[in-house]
Design a protein around this ligand. Structure first.
Ligand SMILES: Nc1ncnc2c1ncn2[C@@H]1O[C@H](COP(=O)(O)OP(=O)(O)OP(=O)(O)O)[C@@H](O)[C@H]1O
Ligand SMILES: [Mg+2]
Length: 225
């Protein structure tokens, strides 16, 4: 594994203000993730794991602190440049699959490529290849409602990879699945990340799963230990 830093967070703080009280969820998170590293984030429910992951991926703005991704300051990018960077270099797999219900499996996978404006014939064959890699070549024309939970999550994984992200984020990707299906999903995710040398940052509650990574960190009292 190369020791090039892919993602660097410094002094991340996040506070939510509710009805006059302040919830200090992140109180100073520093993190370096190396290129190609597989990192698992753990911590109690409510510790702020999702919050941290969303900030690292630029999906949420921190109160304070910086995130540097591929040597760019994520929160200093103007206009839609941050969204473009996210679309072209980052993949995200959520606990709920967030597939569009009116689109087929194939169309859902193609969507980020179309949003990115890449109108190439290559996209269609790439989407088919990704669906094949996650074992769904027989489900291309199924709508999400016609797929099992594990199959929907596999479509979401293929969708996260369509633009060839250098980093893949996952927030409890097996949280809604039974243990056997969940283990299969993790095999696929980890396999795809490692085969292609992608950096992988995932939240999990499962210690056995977390042990499969290169490193585990715990979020406690607002920072990583
Ligand atoms: N937009 C928001 N406004 C107010 N409070 C929020 C908001 N988002 C999260 N919180 C609170 O911040 C805390 C951390 O939430 P977060 O979702 O990051 O936890 P988590 O570690 O991912 O938990 P889980 O393991 O249950 O998913 C929680 O107590 C939550 O209620
Ligand atoms: Mg969470």
């Amino acid at each position: 594994m190369s020791s090039t830093i892919h993602l660097r967070a410094r002094g991340l703080k996040q506070t939510y203000d509710l009805a006059g009280s302040h919830l200090h969820v992140l109180t100073g998170v520093d993190l370096d993730v190396a290129k190609g590293e597989v990192l698992f984030l753990r911590g109690a429910s409510g510790a702020g794991k999702s919050t941290l992951l969303y900030i690292l991926a630029g999906l949420e703005h921190p109160r304070e602190g910086t995130v540097e991704f591929e040597e760019k300051q994520l929160f200093a990018l103007k206009g839609d440049r941050q969204a473009v960077l996210r679309n072209q270099h980052m993949g995200f797999v959520f606990q709920s699959y967030f597939l569009l219900p009116e689109l087929t499996a194939l169309e859902n996978v193609l969507l980020p490529a179309m949003i990115g404006g890449r109108q190439s014939k290559g996209n269609d064959s790439k989407a088919r290849e990704l669906l094949d890699r996650v074992g769904l070549s027989g489900r291309l024309d199924h709508l999400p409602s016609q797929l099992s939970g594990g199959e929907q999550q596999r479509v979401a994984i293929a969708r996260a990879l369509i633009n060839d992200p250098s980093i893949l984020f996952a927030d409890e990707p097996t949280g809604n699945l039974d243990a056997t299906t969940g283990a299969g999903i993790i095999d696929i995710l980890l396999g795809l990340a490692r085969e292609d040398g992608r950096t992988f940052v995932a939240v999990t509650h499962d210690p056995a799963l977390a042990a499969l990574g290169d490193r585990q960190l715990y979020l406690k009292d607002g920072h990583l230990v």
